[in-house]
Design a protein around this ligand. Sequence first.
Ligand code: PLP
Length: 384
Amino acid sequence: MKPADFTLSAGPTTCSSKTLAALGSPIVYHYDPMFIEQYKATEAKVKAVFRSSSDLLLMQGEAVLGLEAAGRAVVRPGMACLNLSSGVFGKGYGDWLRAWGATVHEIDVPYDDAVDPSDVERALEEHPEIEVVAVVHSETPSGTLNPVAEIGPLAKAHGAITIVDCVSSIGGMPFDPDAWQLDICIAGAQKCLSGPPGITMMTVSQDAWDLIARNPEAPRYSFLSLLDWKIQWLEGGKFPFTPSVADVHGLEACCEEVLAEGLDNSFARHSRAARACREGVKALGLRLWPRSEDIMSTCTTAIAVPDGLTDIQVRTHVRERYGVMISGGQGAGNLVRIGHMGVTANTMYPVVGVAALGRSLLDLGVSVDLGAGVEAALAVMSQA
Ligand SMILES: *Cc1c(COP(=O)(O)O)cnc(C)c1O
């Protein structure tokens, strides 16, 4: 099959040429002093991208590894946890918590909505025994955002630690673990950093380490062990196992790029691309998936598929006829998503996404205003 001309997916997304070059740099011995130096420099850059003063861990596997490892480190059977579910990833975390034996309280909202902090406050008041709050910041599959800035301090005041999935937030939207009093934050590089998909980035606060230290179930000598990384690497300077050298190089390159640009500039760029995409979609005459624009994430635009069609039909047509790869909803509903992450949160990419989607729907018999859609997206991108 022919490669896509444009990858406007919701991650993994298009990598920059610098990151690609870094991924192709020589594979070196992981205890070569030069690699140790690069590894530490990479950690420092990732910490700067997170804007976090907590401990930073890089784990050798995509972000799901970090999400599972964080939960396993913290949760013991019978522990009361509050899971906030507003989408596919939030829902899945609750299933994990139950599988690990936690007593799970859940706030469950439809997948086009966001969690209300006053519901979190009420749940914490009703259940003083809750020790952990799990939440997804940017629910990528449905393009929504949870108010983690408000949820973090509520959990902290209650004495609970937070496990925050910020996989698609980092680099693309304001995220402030220190100010928001968050404990464990897990991200991936293949979303708004336009990096490689094989590495988890995680920050762990002292409160989280204290809770982990009291958990006899926390894995040791395991691929899933946070404690191995703390004791062997952070405290002992020895890797628990061989890091993926190429991924570390790729991660360093993509972090360097976003830091050189300036994080705030990157956030503004993502937000403008998202605005262009939304305006374009609305002018086509389509419906945005999230209930309201104030809960929309800026890394991806979720669009309801018109009646009579499925997301697979639409995505397949867009890819085959126009060479543009967009995403489905990963089970969140009958929707398609145009990603604007990292490299693709820029210049003409949102316009390409709107044009390819609009023309595909016309081909499939839906009446859309293609010219108005393209013009509306361009109008946003042409603003000074
Ligand atoms: C992409 C994503 C994940 C999964 O991460 P992978 O590294 O792709 O496995 C988890 N949560 C959110 C919110 C995501 O966007």
